[in-house]
Every structure is written in C-alpha cells, then in structure tokens.
Ligand binder design. Structure first.
Ligand SMILES: *Cc1c(COP(=O)(O)O)cnc(C)c1O
Length: 390
C-alpha cells in the first residue's frame, strides 16, 4: 500500500545471483531430471548426507531452489518448498499434520477444492473437519480444543470474509495446535502470516505469484522444523514436485509482484466502490470497502465478488463483456468473471457450492491490469445491456 514497504520487498526479489552462469541477469533453467557424480566418494558423501548437492530433480533442483529461497524471503520464512500445484502444496502440508481419527478446525468458505479434499480423501482416512466462521473468535476458541490442526484462509474464497489472523493464530497457539493458512489472495506483499504467528503458509502460485496465467504451481513456507517435516515424507512420496521450467516462470513473475499487486489493488478497489454505488448492485464483497482492514492485512488484491439486485439478466451481462472474459482462476494480467449461478450448477459436487456461500445472483470478478477506466466502461455497458433486456 505505502511506497517504502513495496520497495523494501522489491529488493528481495530483484537482486540476481552473481554466481549464475555467464553472470546472467535471468538465471538459467536447469532442465534436467538427474545430476551425475564425478566419482564414487562424492556419491557416497551425498548419500551419507555429508554433502548437500542435487542428485535427482524430485529432491533438489537449483532453479526450483532459487524460487523457494525468494519466496521464503518474501514470507519471512526460514524455508519453503515448491509444488506442482496449489492443491499439491495444500494436501502435502495438511497430510503432514494429521493421522486417522484426528479432527481439523477450518474457517468456512475455504477454496472449494481444499473443501473437497477434506470431504473426500481426508474423510476416508476418518479425519473430521469442523467449519467455523473465522470472524467469530469465540466460535473458533470453542471449536479448537482437541483439534490437531487449524486451517485458515483469509480473505476466504468468493465471499471474502477477512479475519484477524494474529488473534486466531494466538488462540491455536495457546492450545498447542499448529496453523496453516492459504495466503494466495493477499500474497506476501499485503499479508505476511508468519509474522502474525501462523506456522505454515501455502499458496497457489498459479495466481499472483506467477502473475501471467502461464503456470500451475504451489508453495509452502514456514520454519525449518515444520518445512522439514513436510520435506521428509509428503513432499517426496506424494511427489508433487515443481518443475524447473515452472520455477523459472515463477522467478520471472516474482520480480514484478509488488508493482502488479499495487495495480490490482488500485483498480480493484475503485471498481468495487463504483459497483457499490450502482443502483443495480445489492452488495459488494470486498474487504477494502470496510472502514478498516483486519490487523495484518496491509492491502487488497483484484479478486472480489458482488451480488446483483433482482431483475438482471446475468447471461446477457456475461456475454456482453469484452475485456472481462468468462474463466476460472485469477491472479494474471487479464480480467475475468465467474457467474455464481454457473458455479451452483457444477455437476461434480452438486451441493458443495452452497457451502462456499455462493449467491445465485453473485458474480466473482478478477480485476486485471487493463486499466480502471477501460474496465469500468466494459462493466457499465454490459450492465446497461442486461438491464434493458429485463
Ligand atoms: C486456485 C487456488 C488454489 C489451488 O491452487 P492450484 O494451483 O489451482 O492447485 C488454492 N487456494 C486458493 C485460494 C486458490 O484460489
């Protein structure tokens, strides 16, 4: 939000490694599955753990490691691990903390596929999940006793409920319960959960970290001890390894993360305010419209939702938009919409969309980098067209 903060963080990601081949500003992609040893003794030392060097890319790859170190610095973490997707990061992290018979407490309206992971694979392992409104600290406090893990996301998916992360993390800490948070929405530019007392941060790097809609990836960050626990079992044996090329794309994406986030924030907030003032809009779910952001959240991104009043043809609205494309995901340069009434008809999991708080007259917007006025004209024209029809 404020200048100095951005540029402090920017220095963490713009510095390049002088040790790179040819002093290249952009690091080479070490696109290899394995690394050979010059002799028997070096292989033996490596296997004995006396020497740390790449052996096989599912374990350690220099390009992936460079991304992990940059992300760890941004989150203020001791260590990080890259994954092949956000879901791979989430499942590996969660499975490192629970066993059959355990109970997890989760905030409600988490990312739908995380909700489905909990309701399918984890349920089959007899792991139970209690959902609570993360804005209700008393409800969180009464759900926590006996839980093995507290799973957070703030702001939450679709309805964007924002929480006082520090307060919630303290409630879990006082009971010795480890905490994981999905920080994809705010990115480390606007929210650094480890500094607020959360134990482990997960990201869908497919969103803002990558920033160009050309990579699916994930990352987990935290202390050496907790990341070591994930690195020891779930990471190698579930095997959701981040590829060197995707890591290289993420390194490229991170260079511009702070300035992209500033642009998404400015356009997103302006469009949210104009929608809120528009007579056809019933409600806008954007944490930046409250008088105060929750403690620890220092800015807002470009993803939010709003609910139309009765009497709008959402199909016409969607088809009339030119800059906003119909599409899932978010965090790239492009503006996107997802109509709630479509999500509610998702065949694979008919009932689960209700659990995410999706209103049938709602629309989720991702405000990209096309420019506020152009995007607003696009929205206004589509709204006018869909009002005329009804
Ligand atoms: C997209 C998303 C995920 C899943 O990430 P993938 O990279 O698609 O596996 C997790 N959490 C949130 C909040 C997301 O938006």
């Amino acid at each position: 939000m404020n200048g100095p903060d951005f540029f402090d963080k920017a220095s963490l990601i713009t510095a390049h490694d002088e040790g790179n081949a040819f002093d290249a500003v952009v690091p080479p992609i070490v696109q290899t599955s394995l690394f050979t040893f010059p002799n028997y003794d070096e292989m033996l030392e490596t296997y004995r753990g006396e020497k740390v060097r790449p052996t096989y890319t599912r374990g350690l790859n220099p390009t992936v490691r460079m991304f992990e170190e940059m992300l760890a610095k941004l989150e203020g973490a001791e260590d990080a691990i890259g994954f092949a997707s956000g879901m791979s990061a989430i499942s590996s992290a969660v499975l490192s903390f629970v066993e059959p018979g355990d109970r997890i407490v989760a905030v409600r309206h988490i990312y739908p596929d995380a909700f489905r992971l909990f309701g399918t694979l984890l349920a089959r392992m007899r792991i139970e999940v209690t959902y609570v409104d993360g804005r209700d600290e008393a409800a969180v406090a009464s759900a926590l006793p006996g839980a093995k893990l507290f799973y957070m996301e703030s702001p939450t998916s679709w309805v964007m409920e924002a929480h006082d992360i520090g307060a919630l993390a303290a409630l879990a800490k006082s009971r010795g319960i480890p905490t994981i948070i999905d920080n994809s929405w705010a990115s480390p530019v606007f929210q650094r959960p480890l500094s607020l007392g959360v134990d482990v941060v997960v990201h869908s790097a497919s969103k803002y970290l990558g920033g160009h809609s050309d990579v699916v990836a994930g990352v987990v960050a935290g202390s050496k001890g907790l990341i070591g626990r994930i690195r020891g079992e779930a990471y190698p044996y579930l095997g959701g390894k981040l590829s060197p090329f995707d890591a290289w794309l993420l390194i490229r994406g991170l260079r511009t993360l702070p300035i992209r986030m500033r642009a998404h924030q400015a356009s997103g907030l302006e469009i949210a305010r104009r929608l809120q003032d528009h007579p056809i809009v019933e409600k806008v779910c954007h944490p930046g419209l409250a008088n105060l952001l929750p403690a620890g959240l220092t800015g807002t991104s470009g993803l939010f939702s709003f609910v139309f009043r009765d009497g709008i043809d959402i199909r016409t609205f969607a088809d009339r938009l030119k800059l906003f494309k119909l599409g899932v995901s978010w965090g790239g340069h492009e503006s996107l919409i997802v109509p709630g009434e479509v999500v509610l008809q998702q065949k694979a999991q008919p009932n689960s969309a209700m659990a995410f708080g999706v209103h049938p007259r709602s629309v989720r917007l991702h405000v990209g980098l096309e420019g506020t006025e152009a995007l607003w004209s696009d929205l206004e024209a589509a709204i006018d067209a869909s009002e005329e029809k009804t």
